[in-house]
Ligand binder design. Structure first.
Ligand code: GLP
Length: 245
């Protein structure tokens, strides 16, 4: 079962995630990281940028594979995950741009892009450390409820709840893309180590289903129960639905 650490404040959970990642980068300067987007990750990346400035942790040899992106959204669109990564992290550290990989949701052949993305991860030696958030419906990356726990990188239809949560970043609700290109749960489970961060009361139900109940495809994050090295970092609000102890 995952190791679960509960912090009073969301900033403390984010700080811990950043510390685990920075320590991993220092221990293995050529590490392959799997990174995530979402509001939960802003303070994590802010803490990593602060660590880069304060401790001069170098990202020069690091390779990053992001989990997912929208289908059909240009990389410079304000809501694209590619832009999120540049603005919150990549532009502020010394990572080489040719080692920052995002699934390309604009690729003309998405099935081919999905296969190529998997092949690139394999060629890089696999993901050493995967950072994850969780959707309020229990999704990880864009693997929505019902996703196969052995699934690979592919195009998925986004759940209504996921589109509603994303709507703020778009001018009109209807502009939210209907499809995403995402790493599969099976791909995610191949990472050697996984760190999941969840903060806020809006995640309490998903966290309780993921880690406080038997694994079930209705909650994609519950697939992580089968992985040997998962650390779950929560604030008190997100942990509220878990039994004490
Ligand atoms: C999106 C991303 C997920 C992320 C989730 C939660 O759906 N595809 O990777 O975990 O949002 O985001 P937030 O941290 O904004 O709640």
């Amino acid at each position: 079962m995952p190791t679960i650490d509960i912090f009073e404040a969301p900033e403390d959970a984010a700080e811990r995630a950043a510390r685990l990642i920075a320590e991993a980068v220092r221990a293995k300067p050529t590490i392959v990281l799997g990174l995530a987007t979402g509001e939960t990750m802003r303070p994590v990346y802010a803490a990593l940028v602060a660590d880069h400035r304060r401790n001069a942790t170098s990202w020069r040899g690091v390779t990053v594979f992001n989990l997912d992106d929208y289908v059909g959204l240009p990389a410079d669109h304000p809501a694209s995950f590619s832009r999120f990564m540049r603005e919150t992290l990549f532009d502020h550290i010394d990572i080489a741009s040719e080692r920052c990989w995002m699934p390309d949701g604009m690729a003309p052949d998405l099935a081919q892009e999905a296969r190529a993305y998997e092949a690139r991860i394999a060629a890089a030696g696999g993901i050493d450390l995967q950072l994850l958030g969780i959707g309020s419906n229990g999704h990880i990356a864009f693997n929505e409820p019902g996703s196969d726990f052995a699934g690979r990188t592919r195009v998925v239809a986004l759940a209504q709840e996921t589109r509603a949560a994303a709507a703020l970043a778009f001018a009109e609700d209807d502009d939210v893309p209907r499809y995403g290109l995402t790493l599969g749960i099976g791909t995610i489970l191949q990472a050697r180590r996984i760190v999941l961060v969840a903060t806020g009361a809006g995640k309490a139900r998903a966290v309780a289903k993921a880690f406080g109940a038997p694994a079930d495809v209705a909650c994609p994050a519950s697939a992580l129960q089968a992985h040997a090295d998962v650390t779950v970092l929560l604030d008190a609000a997100a942990a509220a639905g878990l039994a004490p102890g």
